[in-house]
Design a protein around this ligand. Sequence first.
Ligand SMILES: Cc1cc2nc3c(=O)[nH]c(=O)nc-3n(C[C@H](O)[C@H](O)[C@H](O)COP(=O)(O)O)c2cc1C
Length: 183
Amino acid sequence: MRILGICGSLRKDSWNRKLLNNMLAATADKGAETSLFDLASVPMFHPDVEAQGIPPEAESFRDAVSGADAVVIACPEYNGSMTATLKNAIEWLSRRGNLMTNKVFFIMGTGPGRSGCPRMHMHASYSIESEGGYVLHQPRVLLPNVANFMNNDGTITDPEVTALLDQAATALIDYTNCLTDTG
Ligand SMILES: Cc1cc2nc3c(=O)[nH]c(=O)nc-3n(C[C@H](O)[C@H](O)[C@H](O)COP(=O)(O)O)c2cc1C
C-alpha cells in the first residue's frame, strides 16, 4: 500500500510536519510504502493559468496523489479553517479529472494552542468529501498543546500519543484495504 503525506504548513519547523512524519513511520512499520510531497512547490491556483495547461509543479503534485492508495494530511488551523496552502492543493486536485473521488484521506492536526484544529478538520473534510473523497474520521488525531507530547526534534514523548498513532495507522490501512480490495 502506498501512502502519501502532505503538510498544510510551509513552515520549516512545522509541528504538523513532525506529526505527519510520525504517522507515516507508524504506517511504514505496518508495511506501507510512504512518501512526502512538499506543497511549497505548488503554485497558486489560477483559472487562466490552468486554461493554458496545468503547470508542471501542480502536475507533479497530482501525479503523487494519483499514485497513492491513501493520503495523510497534517495541517494547522489558520483563522478557524484549513490553511490556504491546503485549500490551494485541493483546488488543483479537483480539476481536469478530479483525483479526490474514491481516494482515501486521513486528516490530522496539532499546534501549540488549546484547540486541536477541529475547524480545520471540519472544513478540510467537507471540501474533500464534497469531491468524492473518503475521509476516515476515527480515530481523531487532533491534538492541542503540542509541547506536552512532542519534542522540538519531532520525538513523541507521550506513550498515549504513540499508541494513538499506531491505532490510526492500523485503521487507515484497514479502511483503505476495505475500499480498494472490493473489486
Ligand atoms: C495566520 C495564522 C492563523 C492562525 N489561526 C489559528 C487558529 O485559528 N486556531 C489555532 O489553534 N491556531 C491558529 N494559529 C496558530 C497555529 O496553530 C500555529 O502557528 C501552529 O504552530 C502552526 O502549525 P505548524 O507548526 O505546523 O506550522 C494561527 C497561526 C497563523 C500564522
